[in-house]
Design a protein around this ligand. Sequence first.
Ligand code: SF4
Length: 364
Amino acid sequence: MSDEREITVSNVATYVFCPRKLWLTSNGHDPHDVNVVRGATEHDAVDNSSKPMSVHDPAIGLHGTCDSVSIDENIANITEYKSSSSDIPVIREHVIVQLAAYRHCLTAQGYVVRSAAVWWTTHGYASTVSDFAMDVFNVPELTQKCRGVMASDTSPPVLEDDPRCAGCSLVEACQPSEELVSNPRIVPSRRDDSILIVDADVRRVSTSKGHIKLDGKDGGKTLSAPIGQVSGMVVLNTHAIITTQAILALIEDGKYVVYGWGKPQAFTSPVKLPNGHSRARLAAADSSIRKYLASKNIHAKVHNQASRVRALDPSAARAIRGLRDDVTSIDPNLPEDEYTSKLFGLEGGSATLYFSVVISSLPT
Ligand code: SF4
């Protein structure tokens, strides 16, 4: 063997899922999206109550950790824990090869593997995997193929129009957006339409290699999600640092960013969306939110006009500031038409004052 690196069972499973994905992960692309992190947490919880076991076959340089192995003398029963969002979970071949690789290692360690199964944590039952299904995979050969892919300077080709890409956490890193646009059948996974919540536990939001990264406070966990799997971001923490690149990356990918502390204050929507789309979303909001947003917008507008008026004609400043303050004192319990009528009246009064000051300041 020209390359003797150790291969993990996870590498073999990734290779069977997609050789290109193995190459990307071995070249620094982080496969840990929000869903994978959640999966890892489920595993952590499971591992506490089961018997994980490290397995290996030094002869071929393969090792891994099986979620649960029950041993009775030299008889071993393997169980791997998985979750699934499908009503009827299906065992894919990259999971079968994982069990085949554990079986291979345990056999090399002198055990007789009597059974292998997947326990669905989301459904509460086990699916047995037959020897026949596992025999399809030549584990030593696959281990060597992993080495070849990981040592290569060039990546294996993109899978073409393959359903695996829709569930792949590396789709953003793997496929340039032009390919996604030109081939709409290949789309980023939207398994749970994740909304990123930037709350008090988040210190910083940034972007890297097609992912949005949320860094936790005080050295807390970093979460990373491909932009394609995020449907929007809600900012609740006014002190979080959000890089311009992160906001642009979301907006350019057609996502909304909503800023709100207590209630929505504002939102940033993609320019390419027609105005009607934004209006439709506002119309769908309940009356109190619509009144609140209208009040905030008009207050900001009158405030800007007041700043300009103060600079041009200080004697008019008090009047326009009074209109601005009146915006916030409209009774929010008024019916919406009465509320907006008062609001627009103040907006109109401010505009009249503003333009009279601006026009009279122009040279004649
Ligand atoms: S997006 Fe498709 S081709 Fe690319 S790594 Fe994932 S599964 Fe492989």
